[in-house]
Design a protein around this ligand. Sequence first.
Ligand SMILES: CC(C)(COP(=O)(O)OP(=O)(O)OC[C@H]1O[C@@H](n2cnc3c(N)ncnc32)[C@H](O)[C@@H]1OP(=O)(O)O)[C@@H](O)C(=O)NCCC(=O)NCCS
Length: 209
Amino acid sequence: MTEIAIYGAGGFGREANLIVQQLIKKGYPYHFLGFFDDEDKSVELGKLYLGNTEKLNNWKTPISVALAIGNGKTRKKVVSRITNPRVEFSKVVSPYAIFNDIINIGKGSIVCAGANLTTNIEVGEFVVVNLNATIGHDCQLGDFSSVMPGANLAGDVKLKECAFVGSGANVLNGIEMAENSVLGAGGVLTKNLEVNKTAIGVPAKIIEK
Ligand SMILES: CC(C)(COP(=O)(O)OP(=O)(O)OC[C@H]1O[C@@H](n2cnc3c(N)ncnc32)[C@H](O)[C@@H]1OP(=O)(O)O)[C@@H](O)C(=O)NCCC(=O)NCCS
């Protein structure tokens, strides 16, 4: 039996818990312990609030942790602060996601219900593929990248580390989004996006931040 906890007790944490509970119902050997969060959630969660990062770093037994944080840059910071060798980052893949081919998914990644992934796709570590996102052929999702609900990556799209595709956005064929770049919700990205740039709109244009 694997002891599993979720880091991040917000809305996305509750959604990750739904996946964990669905996996348990389907026979996965998980025992769900509760949530870690740096914000004290003991009032809302009672015994299901396990504590902050320090508590996790002092955890005495092997523990599997799913990282339910929507923003890749924040996920990366949190991972760098978790130093306990007993922590293993689990991938949490909804039984209601659609895999049309064998797809390797890196540790710490979350794939939500309705996500639809086709063929020759690489999903790195600590990636989030959120509800109903579609990922077309030959896409590469770099570590800590995020594809938000209902977003669509056409074929051969590359998301570099921490790239973020907002809800309902579309990235056209062959486009590359560089490290830390952001496509705003609903945008249509028709050209490569450079490091740290944010683009919005249809077609998406860079906004200065
Ligand atoms: C693009 C984004 C990152 C910009 O965030 P921000 O820097 O905080 O920008 P602001 O909210 O200050 O907005 C700046 C301007 O851009 C506009 N804007 C913001 N996001 C926009 C979007 N996605 N499409 C079109 N216009 C947008 C705002 O209306 C505002 O316009 P104004 O100056 O005329 O009032 C953000 O709005 C976004 O789309 N995030 C993705 C959210 C998402 O998908 N979350 C998933 C949750 S599961």
